[in-house]
Design a protein around this ligand. Structure first.
Ligand code: GDP
Length: 611
C-alpha cells in the first residue's frame, strides 16, 4: 500500500493503532511513539497550515489532526488520567480506601461555611472556635491553620466536627475545580434580618452541584426585624424545604454574635451527616487527603495545612502534595501543639515540605522520599508542558501575518508569600480586560522570594515580575537591575490590579478617528503642465487645510479616497488654510480627474483618547 503523503512528504502510516500522548506533547514525543522522524511531522503540519517546531508543545487538536492524517488513533490523556497513571506506575492508588467494610471506621464530618457577605460566616466560625474549643483546651485555638476540629456531643456520645476555616465558596470551588472534595456538609448562613441574597443562592448552587448536603444557619436572630420564618419560606424556592414543613433540610436559628444555639447548629450538622452520609474511612493505611492552605514561613520554611481524608498521617512519613514533596518533620494542630499522628478528618499543619504546595492539591504518603520526589518532579514537568501548550498561540499561515502584527502581550511572573494570594492575584489579573489587542500572560507563578531563576526567565521572555509580600533574594536584584527587568512589589492586591491595568492600557495602540475639516466645491478646473489639474474652489463649509486628507465626491458618490491636498493657494499666494466663504485653488497630488461641481471633502486623522 502506498504511504500517505501530504505536500509531497511521505508519512509513516499507521494501522489505526491507538497512540496515547499527554496533553502538551511535542511532535518529537509523537514521533518517538510511532518511530518516525520528527522533522517529517513538522513538514506535514506546515503543509496543513500549522507552523510548529519539533520540540514545541502542541494542542490536542493538532495532535489529533496529525494522527488522523497518518491513520493513528491519537488519544490525548487528560492531566487527571495522567496523574492516575503516574501514581499507578508507583503502585499507588489515590482516592479510595483500602481493605473492606471491616477496615472502615467512622470519621467526623468536614464542614464549609458559606453564604452572602456580612451574613456572619466569619463571626460564626469565630464563635464556634472560641466556645467549643476553649472548653476543652485551656489555651483555646491560638493558630489560624485553615481548619479546626471541635468536640461536641450527640445523644450522650462524644463526637467531633471539622470546620474549614476559610468562609465562602471561593475556596470550596477552587478545591473542587482541582478535583479535591474536601467538604462533607455545607452550612449556609443567612441573616434573618436580610434574607436570601445573590451569594446565598450561589453558595446553594455550589453545594448542590457538589452533591453536598446543606444545613441552613439562620443567623442574627437577636436583631430587630429578624424574620427566620421568611428565610424558610424564601429557600423553598431553591429546593431547601425545612423539616418542620415536611422537607429534609435542617434550619437552625442562631446568633453568632450572642452565642445563641450554636450547640443546636452542631447537632444539626451531625444529624444531617448521620442521615445522609456514610462517613467512614480506613485509618490503617498510608494517609491521603488534600492541602487546604500553604505558605512560606520565614523561620520554618514551607508550611502546609493538610486535611487527612483516609489513613493516618505520622511524623516521619514521606509525603507529596501536588508538585511539592518532603518528609513530615513536625505536625502541629490548631493549638500550636505538636501531634504525632493525624486520623481521618483531622487538619494538621505539616512542616517538612521542600516547596509550597497549592491550596487544593491532593496529598499522599508514599514509601520513600525518593518516590515522593519523583512524583513531584514528574508533576512539575507535566504542569510546565501543559502551560506551554495552552500559552502558545497556534499560528497558521493565514494568521501569521495578523498574529505578528497584533500580538501585544504583557508577560508576568507572580511570586507571593502563600499560594492562596498568588492564585487570588492571578485570577484577579486575568479578569482585567482592556480588549482583544492586548493580552496578559502569566508565565510563571510561585510561592517564595523572587529568585535568580525567576529573573532569568524574565530576561528570556520580556516580563514584569510581581512580588506580593515577597522581595527579590540574593543576586536576583542585582541581575534584574543589570538586565533592566521591571520588578514591582505590592502588598495590596488592588494596587497590583490597578497598575497592571494601566500598563496594559499603555500598550494599546492609539485609536485614530476621522475628524471632518471642511468642504469645497469645484467651480473651475485648470490644467497645468507643471502641477497637473488645479481645482478652483469655493470653500462652503469649515476650512480647507494644506496637507489634509481629502475625498472627492461627485453626484453624491465618493469617486476617490485618501487623497491629499498638496498645494493650496489664495490667488497667487500659498496658504496653509482657507475658511468657508473664500475661494481657493488646490491640487490633489497626481489625482487629475476633477470636474466642475465636484465636492472636495477634507478630514484629519486624530488620536482618540481611551477612557
Ligand atoms: P461574613 O462576611 O459573612 O463573614 O460576615 P461577618 O462574620 O464579618 O459579620 C458581618 C457583621 O455582622 C459583623 O459586624 C458581625 O459582628 C455581625 N454579626 C454576625 N453575626 C451576628 C449576629 O448573630 N447578630 C448580630 N446582631 N450581628 C452579627
Amino acid at each position: 500500500m502506498q504511504a500517505p503523503s501530504v505536500g509531497g512528504v511521505r508519512l509513516p502510516k499507521g494501522k489505526g493503532e491507538t497512540v496515547r500522548l499527554p496533553r502538551g506533547a511535542s511532535l518529537t514525543d509523537f514521533a518517538e511513539k510511532i518511530d518516525a522522524n520528527p522533522a517529517s511531522l513538522v513538514q506535514v503540519l506546515f503543509h496543513l497550515g500549522e507552523m510548529v517546531t519539533a520540540t514545541q508543545s502542541v494542542s490536542d487538536d493538532v495532535l489529533e489532526l496529525l494522527g488522523g492524517e497518518m491513520n493513528y488513533d491519537v488519544q490525548v490523556v487528560s492531566p487527571e488520567e495522567e496523574d492516575r497513571e503516574l501514581l499507578e506506575s508507583f503502585s499507588i492508588s489515590y482516592g479510595s480506601d483500602e481493605g473492606d467494610d471491616d477496615d472502615l471506621a467512622a470519621r467526623p464530618p468536614v464542614v464549609t461555611v458559606m453564604g452572602h457577605v456580612d451574613h456572619g460566616k466569619t463571626r460564626l466560625l469565630d464563635t464556634i472556635r472560641k466556645t467549643k474549643v476553649a472548653e476543652a483546651e485551656a489555651g483555646g485555638i491560638t493558630q489560624h491553620i485553615g481548619a479546626y476540629q471541635v468536640d461536641t456531643e450527640l445523644e450522650g456520645v462524644d463526637r467531633k466536627i471539622t470546620f474549614i476555616d476559610t468562609p465562602g465558596h471561593e475556596a470550596f470551588t477552587a478545591m473542587r475545580a482541582r478535583g479535591a472534595k474536601s467538604t462533607d456538609i455545607a452550612v449556609i448562613v443567612v441573616a434573618a434580618d436580610d434574607g436570601v441574597m445573590p451569594q446565598t443562592i450561589e453558595a446553594i448552587n455550589h453545594a448542590q452541584a457538589a452533591d453536598v448536603p446543606i444545613v441552613v444557619a439562620v443567623n442574627k436572630i437577636d436583631k430587630e426585624g429578624a424574620n427566620p420564618q421568611k428565610i424558610r419560606q424564601q429557600l423553598t424556592e431553591y429546593g431547601l424545604v425545612a423539616e418542620e414543613y415536611g422537607g429534609d433540610t435542617m434550619f437552625v436559628d442562631i446568633s453568632a454574635r450572642q452565642n445563641i444555639n450554636i450547640e443546636g447548629l452542631l447537632e444539626a450538622v451531625l444529624l444531617t451527616a448521620d442521615a445522609s452520609l456514610d462517613l467512614r474511612a480506613n485509618p490503617d493505611m498510608e494517609a491521603q487527603g488534600v492541602a487546604i492552605e500553604a505558605h512560606l514561613d520565614r523561620g520554618r520554611g514551607p508550611v502546609a495545612t493538610v486535611l487527612v481524608q483516609r489513613g493516618t498521617l505520622r511524623v516521619g512519613d514521606s509525603v507529596v502534595a501536588g508538585d511539592a514533596s518532603g518528609r513530615v518533620r513536625r505536625m502541629l494542630d490548631e493549638f500550636g501543639e505538636d501531634v504525632k499522628e493525624a486520623l481521618p478528618s483531622r487538619p494538621v499543619q505539616v512542616i517538612g515540605f521542600t516547596s509550597v504546595p497549592g491550596a487544593g492539591d491532593t496529598f499522599l504518603v508514599v514509601d520513600e522520599d525518593r518516590v515522593a520526589r519523583q512524583i513531584a518532579d514528574r508533576r512539575r514537568a507535566r504542569e510546565r508542558n501543559a502551560q506551554l501548550a495552552s500559552r502558545r498561540k497556534r499560528v497558521s499561515l493565514e494568521d501569521l501575518d495578523a498574529a505578528l502584527k497584533e500580538t501585544n502581550e504583557l508577560n508576568l511572573i507572580i511570586k507571593g508569600d502563600n499560594s492562596g494570594t498568588v492564585e487570588a492575584l492571578e485570577d484577579a489579573l486575568m479578569k482585567i480586560d482592556v480588549g482583544e489587542e492586548v493580552q496578559l500572560r502569566v508565565l510563571h507563578r510561585g510561592v517564595g522570594a523572587i529568585t535568580e531563576g525567576d529573573i532569568n526567565l524574565a530576561i528570556a521572555s520580556d516580563v514584569i515580575v510581581l512580588g506580593f509580600n515577597v522581595r527579590a533574594e540574593g543576586k536576583a536584584t542585582e541581575l534584574a537591575t543589570r538586565e533592566g527587568i521591571d520588578i514591582r512589589y505590592y502588598s495590596v492586591i488592588y494596587q497590583a490590579i490597578d497598575e497592571i491595568e494601566q500598563a496594559l492600557k499603555g500598550m494599546l495602540k492609539p485609536i485614530y478617528e476621522e475628524v471632518e475639516l471642511g468642504t469645497a466645491e469645484v467651480r473651475e478646473v485648470f490644467r497645468s503642465s507643471r502641477v497637473g489639474t488645479i481645482a478652483g474652489c469655493l470653500v462652503t463649509d469649515g476650512i480647507i487645510r494644506r496637507n489634509a486628507k481629502a475625498r472627492l465626491v461627485r453626484d453624491g458618490a465618493v469617486v476617490a479616497e485618501s487623497l491629499t491636498v498638496n498645494s493650496l493657494k489664495r490667488f497667487k499666494d500659498d496658504a496653509t488654510e482657507v475658511r468657508d466663504g473664500y475661494e481657493c485653488g488646490l491640487t490633489l497630488g497626481s489625482f487629475n480627474d476633477i470636474k466642475v461641481d465636484d465636492k472636495i471633502m477634507t478630514y484629519e486623522m486624530r488620536e482618540k483618547p481611551r477612557e
